[in-house]
Design a protein around this ligand. Structure first.
Ligand code: AMP
Ligand code: MG
Length: 330
C-alpha cells in the first residue's frame, strides 16, 4: 500500500489527469449499468375486460396482445364466429388444440369439484346476467328450465379427433371462469419463447408475473371487495400467477341479498355461502383462474381441501364475517 502511494506521488500532472479521467469513466459506466431499463404500461379492452401489460420493450406488448386476441377469437362466446359460439349453436364441433385443451381442463375441474365448477352452467349464467342487468330476480320456472340444461357429464370429448359434443339438447358452454387465465398463460409462453424475461400481464385481475421487476418481485394488489379505491392486501410474486374471484364484479341487490355472476350449478342460484372473494396464487394462470372460481362455489372448507391437492398453491379467502368483524383491517 505504502509503495503505491509513493508511486502516485511521483506521477506527472498529465498522467494524473489521465488516471482521474479513467476513474470517472469507470464510475459513470458502473452507475449506468446499475440503472434498469424503464418499464411502460399499455392497456387494451380484450376478453370482456381490461388487459394491462407492464413491460420494457414494444415487442412484449405486440406479442402478448396479439396472443390474447388470438385466444379471444377462439373462446369468446359473444363472437358469433368463435369456436365456442359454433359449438354452442351446433352441439358438436372439431376444435383447435387450444379450445380442446381449455375444455378438457374445465372438465377435469368439474370432476375434481363434483360439478361446482362447470362450464355447462352457461344457460344459468345468461339468465342471471339478464337479471343483473335488469336488477330483477328471474322467474323460478326459468331457473328450473335452465338447470335441466346443465351438467358436465353431458360433455363428450374425443382427444384423438379434437371433437367436442353435447349429448343433451339445448346445452351451451361458458368459459368465463377459466379462459382469461389460459389467455394470460399463452401470452407469457410467447414472451418466454422470444427471450423476454420480465413482464406483468393482468387480464381483469387474472395475473402472471414473469421474472422480477428489476431486482425485486412484482407487487400486486388484491382488490378490496367492498371499497373500490382500497386494496385488501398486496402480494410479492415472481414467475407466479394470481387470480381473484369476487362477488363485487357483477351483481345486484334484492331485499338485502347480493346476487353475483358466479353460479352454484346444483341450486341454479348465485353462490350464497358467505364468501366475498377468493384469491389464488399458483404456478400458472389457468390453474389460479379455475381454482378461484371453484373455491368460491365450494365454500371455505371444501375449497381449501381442493386447494391442498395442488402443488405450490396459496389461497386467501375473504368472507362477509371477516369484513363485519374487522371492516377496516382489510
Ligand atoms: P371468475 O371471475 O374467474 O370467477 O369467473 C366468473 C365467470 O365464470 C362468470 O362470469 C361465468 O361466466 C362463469 N361461471 C359462473 N359460475 C360458474 C361455475 N359454477 N363454474 C364455471 N364457471 C362459472
Ligand atoms: Mg376464474
Amino acid at each position: 500500500m505504502l509503495i503505491q502511494i509513493s508511486k502516485f506521488k511521483y506521477q506527472s500532472d498529465k498522467s494524473k489527469f489521465k488516471n482521474l479521467l479513467k476513474f470517472w469513466i469507470f464510475i459513470f459506466g458502473f452507475l449506468l449499468g446499475c440503472q434498469q431499463k424503464p418499464y411502460y404500461k399499455e392497456t387494451q379492452f380484450l376478453m370482456g375486460t381490461v388487459v394491462e401489460i407492464v413491460a420494457q420493450d414494444k415487442q412484449a406488448f405486440d406479442l402478448a396482445f396479439a396472443e390474447i386476441k388470438r385466444i379471444e377469437k377462439l373462446l369468446n362466446k359473444f363472437d358469433r364466429q368463435s369456436e365456442i359460439s359454433l359449438l354452442n349453436k351446433q352441439g358438436s364441433l372439431k376444435v383447435s388444440p387450444d379450445t380442446f385443451f381449455v375444455i378438457k381442463r374445465s372438465k377435469e375441474f368439474s370432476q375434481l369439484t363434483d360439478g361446482a365448477f362447470d362450464i355447462t352452467v352457461a344457460p344459468l349464467v345468461d339468465l342471471w346476467k339478464e337479471s343483473i342487468n335488469k336488477k330483477r330476480l328471474p322467474a323460478q320456472d326459468k331457473i328450473r328450465a335452465s338447470k335441466t340444461r346443465v351438467g358436465f357429464q353431458n360433455l363428450l370429448l374425443d382427444e384423438k379427433n379434437l371433437t367436442v359434443k353435447f349429448t343433451k339438447m339445448g346445452m351451451e358452454i361458458d368459459l368465463g371462469g377459466i379462459a382469461k387465465g389460459y389467455a394470460v398463460d399463452c401470452a407469457i409462453r410467447k414472451l418466454k419463447n422470444s427471450g423476454i424475461k420480465s413482464c406483468l400481464i393482468s387480464a381483469g385481475g387474472h395475473i402472471y408475473a414473469l421474472g422480477k421487476k428489476g431486482n425485486v418481485a412484482w407487487r400486486v394488489g388484491i382488490q378490496h371487495p367492498r371499497k373500490t379505491q382500497k386494496m385488501a392486501g398486496y402480494l410479492n410474486i415472481a414467475n407466479q400467477a394470481v387470480a381473484t374471484s369476487g362477488d363485487y364484479q357483477q351483481y345486484f341487490l334484492d331485499k338485502g341479498r347480493r346476487y353475483s355472476h358466479i353460479i352454484e350449478p346444483q341450486t341454479g342460484y348465485p353462490v350464497n355461502n358467505g364468501i366475498v372473494s377468493v384469491t389464488v396464487v399458483a404456478d400458472d394462470c389457468l390453474t389460479a383462474d379455475a381454482l378461484s372460481t371453484s373455491i368460491f362455489v365450494l365454500g371455505q372448507e371444501k375449497g381449501l381441501e381442493l386447494a391442498q391437492r395442488f402443488k405450490n398453491v396459496g389461497v386467501r379467502i375473504i368472507t362477509e364475517k371477516i369484513l363485519e368483524d374487522a371492516p377496516d383491517s382489510q
